[in-house]
Design a protein around this ligand. Structure first.
Ligand code: NAD
Length: 498
């Protein structure tokens, strides 16, 4: 059995805990590797390595740090196919989707290539007599990232791309479900010219997360995962004085107005609801048609699309989505489907019985569609995170705006409409952090920033872009006055014969 080891101080380090996590091949259901779960001492070794590296890395000028990012971008592109296949083999998403996962992380690296510009400070000349004031951004020190299984390339790069470019060093604790890509990302980063210790990877579970949260030398923690754990990480990390940003779960709504371009909306909703087996925090698991006529048309069209949807192994180029990540997750999603039936929603399409020929033990699920879902139902209020789409019918625009606004999660939302006035009103009023107008998955580009509201995000700074730069730096402001006197007294004036 292959062991997946930690990556500390620029090299692979075998764990000593004797504790392992199983890494599955979701296509076959087989265990394909074991990942070593770190001890507190191993977490400390990673932090100490990062601490040593930080002393010199912070002094490397921003342009030179950017050059490492340029080279890293090149290496990621050169290794794209290998990384995507590795990612699909552990996560289960189709290879094209894995490339998207890597690409969206790579775009944060591209943003980091411009870090000298982003780090330029502010200056006020003559704030008082002979007084100048300037502010600069300095790195925090050692930062840590704790990431979920569903984007094992993109989310680590959201974090360490910016954190390291501004002069910090980093300890990544990736998901134990698909840990190989994060290690490969760190190896490539060393190959790009980063000194050892600048990026370390420790695998683990709650024990290593707690060790990072309690470690006095870790100055900031960035977390992405489910909301209860995000809230826990936020509370425990801030209690020890760390800066923490913790992104949580989601239940994103797609509002379909009567004047929407239905061909486009249906295509977009299918991809956003079922793509990556619904395991995206920006998926659209809830669709809200406004008016009964819109609802009937949408339902019919979705049904027709679902009939032709192709579920397959992650290497099948024709497949639209692959298996979910684990047997436990498949069971959880199946239980939610049963709960939906018990709660009285109409199960229009049931994906539970699906099996892929030749891969009967794989964690595959067919697409599920519910109609007449009510806001009182647990299946509406909770995140399912699988290929399950729920139709919640609304009678008016106001009702449609209220649904995502009143939901406990506020990550993403989309409105499909041909009416600019309605779209503008929606954008202004909806209580959600990222909004799409005729865009189903409004993940902001790398020079904007990513963050949800309510239980989708704890802390007040978003991921990547300038928000990331602010999160990973602290501001120092200098007020300077030079001694009074004649400038002619200075030895630096051009000498004259007088
Ligand atoms: P998860 O919360 O189970 O795990 C996230 C990380 O926390 C992992 O590294 C895991 O090892 C660690 N962890 C798990 N249990 C822990 C505990 N008890 N104490 C401390 N650490 C613990 O999430 P997941 O299943 O890997 O990912 C899916 C979730 O992530 C979904 O809820 C999804 O919506 C969310 N997500 C959110 C965003 C966002 O940006 N808002 C992006 C992607 C995923």
């Amino acid at each position: 059995m292959r062991d997946i080891t930690h990556f500390i101080d620029g090299q692979s380090v075998a764990g000593t805990s004797g504790r392992y996590g199983e890494v599955f091949n979701p296509n076959t259901g087989e265990v394909q590797a074991r990942v070593q779960l770190a001890t507190v001492g191993e977490v400390d070794a990673a932090v100490q390595s990062a601490l040593r590296a930080q002393q010199t890395w912070a002094l490397v000028n921003p342009q030179r740090r950017a050059r490492v990012m340029f080279e890293y971008k090149r290496l990621l592109e050169a290794n794209m196919n290998e990384l995507a296949e590795m990612l699909s083999a552990e996560h289960g998403k189709v290879v094209a989707d894995s490339k998207g996962d890597i690409q969206r992380g790579l775009e944060v690296i591209e943003f980091a290539c411009g870090i000298p510009q982003a780090l330029k400070g502010e200056y006020t000349e003559g704030a008082g007599p002979g007084i100048d004031v300037y502010s600069m951004r300095q790195p925090l020190g050692v930062c840590a990232g704790i990431t979920p299984f569903n984007f094992p390339a993109m989310i680590p790069m959201w974090m360490f791309g910016v954190a390291i470019a501004v002069g910090n060093t980093f300890v990544l604790k990736p998901s134990e479900k698909d840990p190989s890509v994060p290690v490969r990302l760190a190896e490539l980063f060393m190959e790009a010219g980063a000194p050892k210790g600048v990026l370390n990877v420790v695998h683990g579970d709650k024990l290593s997360v707690d060790a990072l949260l309690d470690h006095p030398d870790v100055k900031a923690v960035s977390f992405v995962g489910s909301s209860d754990i995000a809230q826990y990480v936020y509370a425990r990390g801030t209690a020890t004085g760390k800066r923490v940003q913790a992104m949580g779960g989601a239940k994103n709504h797609g509002i379909v107005m009567p004047d929407a371009n239905m061909d486009q909306a249906v295509k977009d909703i299918m991809g956003a609801a079922y793509g990556s087996a619904g395991e995206r925090c920006m998926a659209l698991p809830v669709v809200v048609p406004v008016g009964q006529k819109t609802a009937e048309e949408l339902r019919e069209r979705l049904l027709a699309e679902i009939e032709t949807l192709k579920v397959g192994v992650s290497t099948d180029a024709a497949a639209q989505y692959g298996p979910v990540v684990s047997a436990a997750h498949k069971q959880k999603v199946s239980d939610y489907i049963q709960l939906g039936v018990d709660e009285g929603a109409e199960l229009v399409v049931d994906g539970r019985g699906f099996a892929l020929q030749g891969y009967e033990k794989g964690f595959f699920m067919g697409p599920t569609l519910f109609d007449h879902v009510k806001t009182s139902m647990r299946t509406y209020n909770e995140e399912i995170f699988g290929p399950v789409l729920q139709i919640v019918r609304a009678d008016s625009f106001d009702e449609a705006v209220a649904l995502p606004s009143q939901h406990q999660y506020g990550n993403g939302v989309a409105i499909f409409t041909g009416n600019g006035r309605a779209a503008r009103e929606f954008v202004s009023r909806v209580q959600v952090g990222m909004v799409g107008v005729n865009v189903p998955i409004p993940v902001p580009v790398s020079y904007h920033s990513f963050g949800g509201w309510k239980r989708s995000g704890f802390g007040d700074t978003n991921q990547y872009g300038m928000e990331g730069v602010r999160f990973y730096t602290k501001v120092k402001t200098v007020t300077a006055r030079w001694p009074e006197g004649s400038v002619e007294d200075s030895a630096f004036v051009i000498p004259t014969m007088k």
